[in-house]
Ligand binder design. Structure first.
Ligand SMILES: Cc1ncc(COP(=O)(O)O)c(C=O)c1O
Length: 366
């Protein structure tokens, strides 16, 4: 970062932007990447470049952050939400297949499928890729939460026409705010770079032949990104360790379950998420959240499904009951790479204190 200052490249372009793009593409295992001001910008440009617009439909997971669906709306398309699998909390391939088959029959095929790698775990890409190819629908990937995760031998972000990543403050690596669009296709990334720089034509004067956007990442933030990227292996190891410690200390408690890690890949464990069955556990996820909050510890409900959001209430939903159940029973536990074992032990203690067996344990200890 000091180098970025000293060199005078305090601008939305510069050597750190170029190097960050190269290093990031290498990390994900794709040939091309363009650094952008946010993950949302990456999603927006990616959809725009595929020619998706007014009158089009994009199928996506209902279990995601609003940015996924917002980007679909920015290009004038309509999101159709699909329920998730209880085994991965990601797009359910069977429901996706049914939805695409139905649309094919009606002659209203979707313009794209936008898969989301929720909480750092890849969607089931063998099945989803095959289904999309069979129906001739382009697949794109919202890997905002999944940097460093893998599916088989491939990395999150290497599936479909392109993938979007986020470096928002809460992500596994951060530039305070930022994003990346990656692709196997150079034409997509070149076009995104052009559109993200106000679509300025290659001329000495300021000439524009189409509408562009101010979506580039600054050289200073790219320098931060490069520093963060170097410590990605360490951050991944720490997130996995946090997840393992939670599992070790909490999975014995009846009525509490963890987001399953699918056998097909490796999660980056961006967040450790649980579901709680209040009848068995003895407390609701909200009661656990409030207990943590009373001790100044932040935990959060799972993403509220998009089909339950007032802003998307008019949109079609395929299934939906799995996502609704996850939302009702889910909780994201503190999961940062810097969460120290003593602090985590305190969180575990507070969660366990709400369990039905806690008074019995307390009496036994007394
Ligand atoms: C699934 C998902 N998609 C998109 C985004 C948007 O990324 P950004 O905040 O960088 O715009 C986020 C996170 O913020 C996300 O979690």
């Amino acid at each position: 970062m000091l180098d970025a200052f000293d060199s005078g490249w305090v601008a939305p372009l510069g050597p750190h932007v170029d190097a960050f793009e190269r290093e990031f593409a290498h990390t994900v295992g794709v040939p091309h990447a363009v650094a952008l001001s946010s993950g949302t910008a990456a999603l927006h440009l990616g959809l725009h470049i595929l020619g998706i617009g007014r009158g089009d439909v994009v199928l996506t997971s209902t279990m995601t952050f609003a940015a996924t669906a917002n980007a679909i709306s920015y290009v004038g398309a309509t999101p159709v939400f699909v329920d998730v699998s209880p085994h991965t909390w990601n797009l359910d391939p069977d429901l996706l297949e049914q939805a695409l088959a139905r649309r094919a029959r009606l002659g209203t095929q979707a313009a794209a499928v936008l898969a989301v790698d929720l909480y750092g775990q890849c969607a089931d890409y063998t099945r989803i890729t095959e289904i999309c190819a069979r129906f001739g629908v382009p697949l794109v990937e919202d890997a905002a939460e999944a940097l460093g995760a893998s599916y088989g031998d491939a990395k999150a972000g290497s599936f479909g026409e392109w993938a979007a990543f986020s470096f928002n403050g809460n992500k596994i690596i951060t530039t305070s705010g930022g994003g990346m669009l990656v692709s196997h296709r150079q034409d997509i990334v070149d076009r995104a770079r052009h559109l993200a720089s106000q679509a300025r034509d290659p001329a000495p004067h300021y000439q524009h032949s189409e509408i562009g956007y101010n979506y580039r990442l600054s050289n200073l933030l790219a320098a931060i990104g490069r520093g963060q990227l170097r410590s990605l292996p360490l951050k991944l190891a720490r997130r996995r360790a946090v997840n393992e410690r939670y599992r070790l200390s909490l999975s014995e408690l009846g009525g509490l379950h963890f987001l399953p890690e699918a056998a097909y890949g490796r999660s980056n464990h961006w967040l450790t998420c649980i579901t709680v069955d209040p009848g068995v556990f003895g407390a609701s996820p909200e009661e656990i959240r409030l207990e943590l909050e009373a001790h100044d510890i932040e935990s959060r409900p799972l993403w509220k499904p998009m089909h339950l959001q007032p802003v998307f209430s008019g949109c079609e939903i395929v299934g939906g009951s799995i996502a609704e159940d996850l939302f009702a029973r889910g909780l994201c536990l503190p999961s940062g790479s810097t969460l120290a074992p003593p602090r985590q032990a305190r969180i575990v203690e507070l969660v366990a204190s709400k369990h039905a067996s806690a008074p019995r344990f307390r009496r036994a200890i007394a």
